[in-house]
Design a protein. Structure first.
Length: 187
């Protein structure tokens, strides 16, 4: 990313309560395509798993939907993803065994971002919205596509222990997760 975002110019999302039901929920047994060419069932993973959910990553060769920066919480998927990339090793030191980004974009679209951003973890596609529907994740429609709102879940052995929602500014998300893990020693 070449330019820093002035988050004071971007409308911050408010907590609409649409993620309040997630803590204590079991992750659903749904197979999600990953950018590394495999499929991942989050419910079957042991240990600590961090899943950051984001609306959509942009591409250098494509414009974002009209008015994107005016939608509270829409802007910042690439900075959020880069933050997780930059903190991936530190997250492991705090016990994170599994780290994923998740959006409704298809795996081919996500693969471009994963390669361009040199991610050391896979992105998961919920293009069919099975995961989002099973978890009743908040979202909205933009330019004819359904997008999940930005949130982050920390699960242990398939049970959600913590949810960050709304996430703003998104480039501080990974640091907030690390702080929570440090304060809540999840051994």
């Amino acid at each position: 990313m070449s330019a820093e975002i002035d988050w004071s110019l971007i409308p911050a999302p408010s907590d609409d309560g649409k993620a309040d039901h997630l803590v204590g929920q079991s992750l659903p047994a749904i197979s999600l395509p990953a950018t590394e060419g495999t499929a991942v069932d989050l419910s079957s993973l042991d240990g600590i798993c961090v899943i950051y959910v984001y609306p959509k990553t942009g591409r250098p060769d494509q414009d974002l939907p009209a008015g994107w920066d005016d939608i509270p919480g829409a802007r910042g998927c690439t900075p959020q993803t880069c933050s997780y990339r930059d903190h991936a090793a530190e997250l492991k030191t705090w016990g994170v065994k599994h780290l994923f980004g998740l959006s409704t974009q298809d795996s081919d679209y996500q693969a471009e971002a994963a390669a361009r951003l040199q991610l050391p973890f896979p992105l998961l596609s919920d293009a069919k919205r099975a995961f989002g529907k099973a978890m009743d994740l908040p979202g909205w429609d933009a330019d004819g596509a359904y997008l999940h709102k930005r949130l982050t879940m920390i699960a242990k052995d398939g049970i959600i222990a913590k949810v960050f929602y709304p996430v703003f500014p998104p480039d501080e998300d990974a640091e907030n997760v690390i702080s929570w893990l440090r304060d809540n020693n999840t051994d």
